[in-house]
Design a protein around this ligand. Structure first.
Ligand code: ATP
Length: 457
């Protein structure tokens, strides 16, 4: 019998399963960690790859108007001056006067129940005073400042101002700096997009909530170059496509994905319209993705600072112009976290509690597990190895597990979201059928080996 329990899932439930089962570990753990960094383990990296591949297929490969790139993480520092990041990529920082620990001012206010939407630094300071907000250690707070989140490093053998470079704070600038290259190589019709998936780095003041807010993370995004006359229709097209991605590919229920129209005061410096896509995470409704109308801000600035012509020349002979841009942006780590949170399920099978990940099957890191019913029966083990090798060749990520009893093996596979567990028993030797146990229903059916690949696919 199957009985689904409704329980409020905490972030600790997710993080402990992720660690226990080899999805995500603390970064540099044996040295006590490094705040804001996490390492993906064997199952985590496969799940992340599956997500990125699905994204690439959905937004890039399946379309005729999208060009993928992979630009360098280190870029000429002039890029970040032109983009406005050196001057304005900041978060409000405030210090505990006693412990000297630093916090994000807006986060402290949010934690105190203040809605910070639309507030500038002065308004936040006033709210801190009015509410008497203290640091989490109960001490007075000092004067706030805007803190730039770009990580700096230096390039070459000499360390001086001239050698300063930045780890990219977003992947978007790689698309803008390659706009002319893509146009020259392919001369695409407008509208078209340039996409990439890659690491971004932000010196977050207070990384928190597991992999939600980290200092090194991955972004999948594209810049969709358009004629500004059509910006509203293009914006709408991508708004709809983003929901489609969330529901059809990630399996996130529509009622857990919310749109937030970002006010002018809260929008990034380059944006004329932004919608945040928020997800109901266990710790609240928080930003999952963003959709922004970046106008011609970036291309214009790069044209000005580089001295290169970044106009698009329409094929019908009408005057050249600098295209505008719609940017859908997807945090890969937040995607993985939303999928994990949404998949985490607890139920009871035959009176016993179990945890399982109800991952969409195409995302599951392991597609099937093969076991002999009894480890110490050579004839069962040999047949099971045969089935295992066959499936590994046909469907790839298949796991072998002959540890412990069958019940324990099922629990392990449930916790990593393996859709099917295949068991070879004595009947297999007689009639060539195996049992296939379904992750979600815990039901077992007998299937002939020749039908296995189809059943699992
Ligand atoms: P937030 O308001 O949460 O700081 P943001 O609005 O600054 O995010 P964007 O600049 O739009 O975020 O970044 C694009 C996407 O990258 C976000 O929608 C999110 O999915 C992801 N992201 C941003 N910052 C982080 C971070 N520190 N850790 C993990 N993912 C992040």
């Amino acid at each position: 019998m199957l009985f689904i329990m409704s329980k409020n899932i905490s972030l600790d439930d997710i993080a402990s399963l992720a660690k226990r089962r080899g999805f995500i570990y603390q970064g540099s753990e044996i040295y006590g960690g490094l705040a804001g960094t996490w390492d993906y383990g064997p199952l985590g990296v496969t799940l992340k790859r599956n997500l990125v591949n699905a994204w690439w297929k959905f937004f890039v490969e399946s379309r005729d108007d999208m060009y993928g790139i992979d630009s360098a993480i280190l870029m000429n520092p002039k890029v970040w001056i032109a983009s406005g990041h050196v001057a304005g990529f900041t978060d409000p920082l405030i210090e505990d006067v006693k412990t000297k620990k630093r916090y994000r001012l807006d986060h402290l206010l949010e934690d105190a129940g203040v809605d910070v939407k639309g507030m500038d630094l002065a308004a936040m300071v006033a709210a801190i005073q009015e509410k008497g907000v203290k640091s989490p250690d109960g001490n007075e707070l000092g004067n706030p400042a805007n803190f730039n989140m770009l990580f700096r490093t230096s390039i070459g053998a000499v360390e001086d101002e001239a050698s300063t470079v930045y780890l990219r704070g977003e992947t978007a600038q790689g698309m803008f700096t390659n706009f002319k290259n893509v146009v020259d190589s392919f001369y695409p019709d407008l509208p078209f997009g340039v996409a990439q998936v890659g690491k971004a780095f932000r010196n977050e003041i207070s990384p928190r909530d597991f992999i939600f807010r980290v200092r090194e993370f991955e972004i999948a995004e594209f810049e969709y170059f358009i004629n500004p006359e059509n910006w509203e229709a293009e914006f709408e097209k991508w708004r709809v496509a983003m929901h489609q991605w969330c529901e059809e590919i990630l399996g996130l229920p529509a009622e857990k994905v919310h749109e937030l129209e970002v006010s002018k005061e809260d929008r990034a410096h380059y944006s004329k319209r932004t919608i945040d896509f928020e997800f109901d995470f266990p710790f609240g409704k928080k930003e999952l993705y963003g959709l922004a109308y970046r106008t011609d801000f970036d291309l214009n600035n790069h044209q000005r600072d580089s001295g290169k012509n970044l106009e698009y020349r329409p094929k019908d002979g009408s005057p050249a112009f600098v295209p505008h841009v719609i940017e859908p942006t997807f945090g890969v780590d937040r995607t993985l976290m939303a999928v994990l949170c949404n998949s985490y399920t607890e139920d009871e099978v035959n009176g016993e509690k179990r945890i399982f990940l109800k991952l969409p099957k195409h995302l599951a890191p392991v597609k099937a597990c093969v076991s002999p019913l009894l480890k110490n029966k050579p004839e069962l083990a040999a047949k099971a190895r045969e089935v295992y090798s066959m499936l590994k060749k046909e469907i790839g990520v298949v796991m072998w597990d002959d540890n412990g009893n069958i019940g324990k093996r099922y629990r392990r596979q449930d916790e990593i979201g393996t859709p099917a567990c295949i068991v070879i028993d004595f009947q297999t030797l007689e009639d060539g059928t195996v049992t296939v146990r379904d992750r979600d229903t815990a039901q077992q059916t007998r299937v002939s080996i020749s039908e296995l690949e189809n059943t699992i696919a």
